[in-house]
Design a protein around this ligand. Sequence first.
Ligand code: 13P
Ligand code: SF4
Length: 311
Amino acid sequence: MLTDELRDEVARLKKEQDAVILAHYYVSDDAQDLADYIGDSYFLARKAATLDCKTLVFAGVEFMAESAKLLSPKKRVLMPDPTADCPMAHMMTRATIDEARAEYGDDLAVACYVNSTTEMKAWSDVCVTSSNAQRIVERLPQHNVLFIPDMHLGHFIKEQVPSKNVILNDGFCPTHEAIELREVEALKAAHPGAIVCVHPECATWLVQAADYVGSTSGIIGRVTSGSESDYIICTVHGVLHQIQKDLAAAGQAQQKHCYFPRTTPICPNMAKVTGEKVAACLRNGTGEVEVNPEYAEAARRSLNLMLELAK
Ligand code: 13P
Ligand code: SF4
């Protein structure tokens, strides 16, 4: 729980340091409550690129804070917990890209999910997020698209864009992949009219069982705008905080019910990011993000092309 004292301190520090706090929906509720902007990966990248401030506090995992720094190199970017890293961001080797480039030559684009290291983004042609991947892959001039690192999002995009030869890698999100179909089926049996909302990082068999597939913002929007009363949510539990706020604002808190699989999906790295740590990084100037200068320019090009093609 956030105290009034902590809220006041953060408001004072933000003013003194010309700081803005960005948070992803998966971080702890109190970190979300301190944020100026909360959103999915694409929304937060756009905000980082366009906000006019000296300091950004990025309540999220490392790849998000690095993307913010790449898109806004003059700003100081602070991470409340610099050990919060996404395991999927490392599930890719250079050799896989080299092999694909050798095989397909100029008719290959490497599309890199933003859940990736700066180095990986630099090896790639364009970045994507779950909310813009389909649009971007459709718009690429090349016929062959190596999609890295997430095989499940890659598989979903391959099915959505059959006109392209989408080549898959073998990375995955341990939290989303662990969501079990039988637990979702049990929920469906208990709530037969429920809409199954699935993040495309989930395993293919779960995505195929979905009524709605989308990014965190997409899922939140599907629940708040939907006419149905019951929703089965297959993504990290942190999204519930925003759903509850949106339903309360719309006067629908009593009418709509969200159910998560019995093994609650929690991202251990996102969960490290608490309100107290958001305050502490501003208070102490800790967790400043630096990107490897060797890869910065090429990685920035991939991110900027994403912002351009997603428009
Ligand atoms: P989105 O918020 O873009 O859907 O991403 C989900 C995610 O796993 C971020 O790590
Ligand atoms: Fe990475 Fe999965 Fe956590 Fe997102 S939810 S940050 S993909 S481990």
